[in-house]
Design a protein around this ligand. Structure first.
Ligand code: ZN
Length: 434
């Protein structure tokens, strides 16, 4: 993959148009350089289209307006060699990676987040929600103020806010969350939440169990503050889950894992996928850890076929992601890695994964038989819709942030761009490797 740079490049289609058109005055809206990704198929309007992608000042441009209104051309072309250009991946559940555990309140939380932000670029991730498992109160109070929300760039993927998984979850479905730090609500009001978490300023999402007393007012309180509410680690029945959705919950944390199994007379939280009691105009999304371990391919297919538009790929990756097998941590717990399995030490309890997002995209496509477009949207458009940011992230629509992943036919990541700037590129293989 090479980058071709040339001055004042005009794409053939616009060169033809230029020959047939009276040109407007040479009045530019902005003098900032324009980049054109050429020789690619871009994911737009739910399908791959043979089009170029035009970028200026970090945003995707409408080339027709650019040419006819501004008479402006590309300053730089990037040859994608026939690759796929998709919106950058968004991971809304990632506990850490590369030795960094977000739940461990290290001396320099910011540096840990920055390291992961930088390393996930090679997996096509352009923004993410650092996730904390159930932790002691002092961990929330120390970590949350230090995780700064930002758009990302050359330094790494953007941070969309923290995902707090717990501590208001079910003891019976705690999974790898330490029981001694689980909490119940007193009333579910703001004081209840801030007493545990401190400030909600940098929080994007909270996972809670809707069967807990006071949870509905907590859902309302969180929604009022723009925090996405997810249901998980729970023994809720379907009507409790539907009630939480009516109060503002919109996500299911790692569907099938840490919840009641599907039962035909009461399908539990899983039943939300086909519920007819979701308020008009609202949609429920659900997270899937498509690592080939957390969910059987048949279950993945059931979920996808029942509700394809709600599927959100998450890695649920832990500190061990990107490191060799052995003993690692997840918050206050010790995790043993064997192969692709991450288990609470001495048990068979799965506790996060060591999967990367691009791996999940490939596995999801393979296991579900879905289209390339569907696999890519599950890692980009859907998480953006879930977080309410699809007007500028998760799509390649005009005006969106130019956060882009360039992939080959096998969905291997070739390069990653944030705000139109190339932030990672796969090194070409040496001749001796061929
Ligand atoms: Zn979990």
């Amino acid at each position: 993959m090479t980058v071709v740079v040339s001055d004042r490049v005009l794409a053939p289609v616009y060169r033809r148009a230029a020959a047939n058109c009276k040109m407007p005055s040479n009045k530019s809206v902005s003098d900032a350089p324009i980049t054109q990704l050429v020789n690619c198929r871009i994911l737009r309007d739910h399908r791959l289209q043979r089009e170029d992608l035009w970028v200026r000042e970090g945003k995707i441009l409408d080339p027709e307006k650019l040419f006819f209104d501004e008479k402006a051309y590309a300053d730089k072309q990037v040859d994608c060699h026939g690759g796929i250009v998709a919106p950058g991946f968004i991971d809304v559940q990632i506990n850490g990676g590369y030795g960094v555990d977000f739940s461990r309140a290290s001396d320099d939380v910011g540096a840990g987040v920055a390291l992961v932000a930088q390393k996930v670029l090679e997996h096509g991730v352009t923004s993410f929600c650092p996730t904390l498992v159930t932790s002691p109160t002092d961990v929330y109070h120390k970590v949350l103020p230090e995780v700064k929300v930002d758009d990302g760039g050359g330094h790494g993927a953007g941070v969309l806010g923290v995902h707090l998984e717990g501590p208001f979850i079910s003891v019976e479905k705690k999974g790898a969350h330490p029981e001694r730090f689980l909490r119940t609500f007193r009333s579910g009001d703001l004081a209840d939440l801030t007493q545990v978490y401190g400030s909600l300023d940098n929080v994007a999402m909270v996972t809670l169990a809707p069967e807990l007393e006071g949870s509905l007012s907590a859902v309302r309180e969180l929604r009022r503050r723009g925090v996405t509410v997810s249901l998980g680690h729970s023994v809720a029945n379907l009507s409790q889950a539907e009630e939480a959705v009516r109060h503002g919950a919109s996500f299911i944390t790692h569907l099938f894992n840490a919840m009641l199994p599907f039962h035909h007379r009461d399908p539990g939280i899983v039943g939300l996928l086909t519920s007819d009691r979701i308020p008009e105009g609202r949609s429920v999304f659900y997270g899937m850890i498509a690592d080939g371990i957390h969910t059987h391919p048949a279950a993945l297919r059931i979920a996808h076929r029942a509700h394809p538009a709600g599927l959100v790929l998450v890695t649920d990756a832990i500190a061990a992601m990107g490191l060799p097998p052995g003993r690692h941590t997840l918050g206050q717990q010790v995790i043993q890695i064997q192969g692709l399995h991450a288990c609470l030490e001495g048990t068979q309890t799965l506790s996060g994964s060591i999967a990367t997002m691009d791996m999940c995209v490939r596995h999801f496509k393979h296991a579900s038989g879905c289209s390339v477009e569907e696999a890519l949207e599950a890692a980009s458009l859907h998480p953006a819709q879930l977080l309410g940011i699809s007007h500028h992230k998760g799509t390649l629509d005009f005006g969106s942030h130019a956060d882009v992943v360039l992939l080959d036919e096998s969905l291997d990541v070739r390069a990653t761009f944030i705000g139109g700037q190339e932030v990672w590129r796969k090194k070409p293989r040496k001749k001796t490797d061929l």
